[in-house]
Design a protein around this ligand. Structure first.
Ligand code: URA
Ligand code: SF4
Length: 220
């Protein structure tokens, strides 16, 4: 067999037969399908409801998530929690995950801080089988992509979050799929007024997802 280079490696061979969330989590803990595991503390697998009404997909774990081993437990997670509550979405009804399961970072130029670095296309591709398996096992009726990295890797490179946020778009991932901003973009707002505006817009998008969940529940 020819040696497989980085660009061709994916997690696909690691997906267990008849996967369950716990089998997937165990297998992902040992994943080395791309180089991101080397600098990270641990795999941060998705977690939440096993039959969620909603799956939220972010980019990759951040510094806090890397240390804790759980998704969305850092500052962006707090913004997300607040917005979910404001949109009337119960966290226990949600499955939270990321397109990439290891924290990618570079050292700060000064000091010890670990600075988030966007994952490359090859890393997103390598990690994709985990996400596909999470979707296949939990079968969420509604998926919301958080931010451009998740949206473009799942809905196409031409997808524009600014143009198409809060609208359901056709996708094979689930019956109802949309994208909105990443909660960390709200934290980067230049001042409090724009932070409030952005938070409200994020909540408006999540309410559209919430309304769809309610509709589906009534129809069931
Ligand atoms: N940002 C993400 O995209 N995912 C996390 O889990 C935390 C921050
Ligand atoms: Fe495996 Fe994904 Fe981690 Fe890469 S980022 S080592 S593909 S779990």
């Amino acid at each position: 067999m020819p040696p497989r280079n980085q660009a061709q490696r994916t997690a696909a061979p690691l997906i267990p037969e008849k996967p369950t969330l716990s089998k997937l989590r165990d297998a992902a803990a040992r994943c080395r399908a791309c180089d991101l595991w080397k600098k990270a503390t641990q795999t941060v697998f998705g977690e939440g409801a096993s039959r969620p009404s909603l799956m939220l997909i972010g980019e990759q774990p951040g510094d806090k998530e890397d240390l804790a081993g759980h998704p969305f437990v850092g500052p962006a997670g707090h913004v997300l929690d607040e917005a979910l509550a404001a949109a009337g979405i119960d966290r226990s009804d949600v499955y939270l995950t990321n397109v990439v399961k290891h924290f990618n970072w570079v050292p700060a130029q000064r000091g010890k801080r670990r600075i988030h670095k966007k994952p490359r296309y090859s890393e997103i591709k390598a990690c994709r089988p985990w996400l596909d398996a999470e979707i296949a096992v939990t079968r969420p009726p509604v998926i919301v992509c958080l931010g451009a990295t998740a949206a473009q890797s799942l809905l196409g490179r031409e997808f524009s979050v600014m143009r198409d946020r809060g609208k359901f778009v056709p996708s094979e991932l689930a019956p109802f799929v949309m994208a909105t901003v990443h909660p960390s973009s709200i934290l980067r707002a230049p001042d409090d007024a724009s932070r409030q505006t952005q938070k409200q817009a994020f909540i408006v998008d999540l309410r559209i997802a919430a309304a769809q969940i309610t509709k589906l529940r009534r129809a069931a």
